[in-house]
Design a protein around this ligand. Sequence first.
Ligand code: NAD
Ligand code: GLY
Length: 364
Amino acid sequence: MRVLAHVYTYRVELGRRSYPILIGAGLIARPDLFDQHLFGRDVLLVSNTTVAPLYAAAVVGALGSRRVVEAILPDGEHHKTLANVSRLIDVLVANRFGRDCTVLALGGGVVGDMAGFAAATYQRGIAYVQIPTTLLAQVDSAVGGKTGVNHPGGKNLIGAFHQPNAVLADVRTLATLPQRELRAGIAEVLKYGLICDAPFFDWLEAHIDGLLARDLEALTHVIRRSCEIKAQIVGRDEYEHGERAVLNLGHTFAHAIEAATGYDRWLHGEAVAAGLFMAATLSYECGLMPATDVERIKRLLVQAGLPIDAHQVSVAAALEHMKMDKKVQGGRIRLVVPRSIGECFISVDYPDAALQRTLAACFG
Ligand code: NAD
Ligand code: GLY
């Protein structure tokens, strides 16, 4: 099939820090791609106990005669900690890695965020390449240079912006992804339609069954469009001084759900799904989004098998965690509000009563 043989390339345009996002089938086993995008002879391959047995051998096989050291982390969001990043730094030091090396992040967003943060901080910054293996990481977390870890007090509270040298998104790795993880990735895909691309949202409504059945052409299409949108937004606002914050649609609610439930019951993408519906509800409560749009969002989330509320988290707990969000400004929670499907804005002056009604409807 034509689509499977092709490597689609997008660029994140950031001057000297520009880099390509390559999307295609079989990329992790291509020595030519590693030759083009790796820096130096020393490679730290960071993965976890689930992904390494599946794909590390293929990657190592494509690395040729380079010196490869593997660092295999425990699996799970609750392992996304400063202690584990510190272990990665220990491995770099123990193996006397200099600044002329490359960290490879092979895995989902948890591995990518930690490996990226280790690369951001070791010797004040070394090269790294993202090899995302979840849908969520291929459409979102591997692109854009946000790296970091959680703190018990809040999600992603410790981190740095550090752009990768390249992103290699191999769609074939998605074949082994558990269905629940695939659904979680679809939440971040829906986000792009909601924030800025109504035709893409229409397309998702028409193709949701194909996506859930892992049709490779459908998956490739959503990874391409998602990366294209993210690359453009990051290219315009790398450090989130303005526009980039729209990529956090639903995330203030989502991070509160994740933090309130100890990072181990909800997948990030599931929390984002509920957060998207909460943001739509808030917009409706503010008198903005028509009920028909809210209903379409709900229908698509439910069709994708994703949650739309979090009644096991109390309103008080949700609010407490929302106040720890990085977007809080002058004590006021800044929220991304969708005006309609395909259009959103950042607001601090939504009516408090509208937020209270939203929280009361969606939390316990
Ligand atoms: P994850 O990294 O925990 O991966 C999900 C699960 O799938 C894990 O158990 C993992 O081991 C397994 N897995 C990964 N690839 C697999 C494969 N091909 N086959 C079988 N199993 C596989 O979760 P995620 O959803 O990829 O990422 C979520 C994380 O990403 C969160 O910590 C979130 O905060 C972060 N994130 C970061 C950004 C960013 O811009 N940096 C953006 C969005 C999300
Ligand atoms: N996932 C949000 C961002 O990268 O900005």
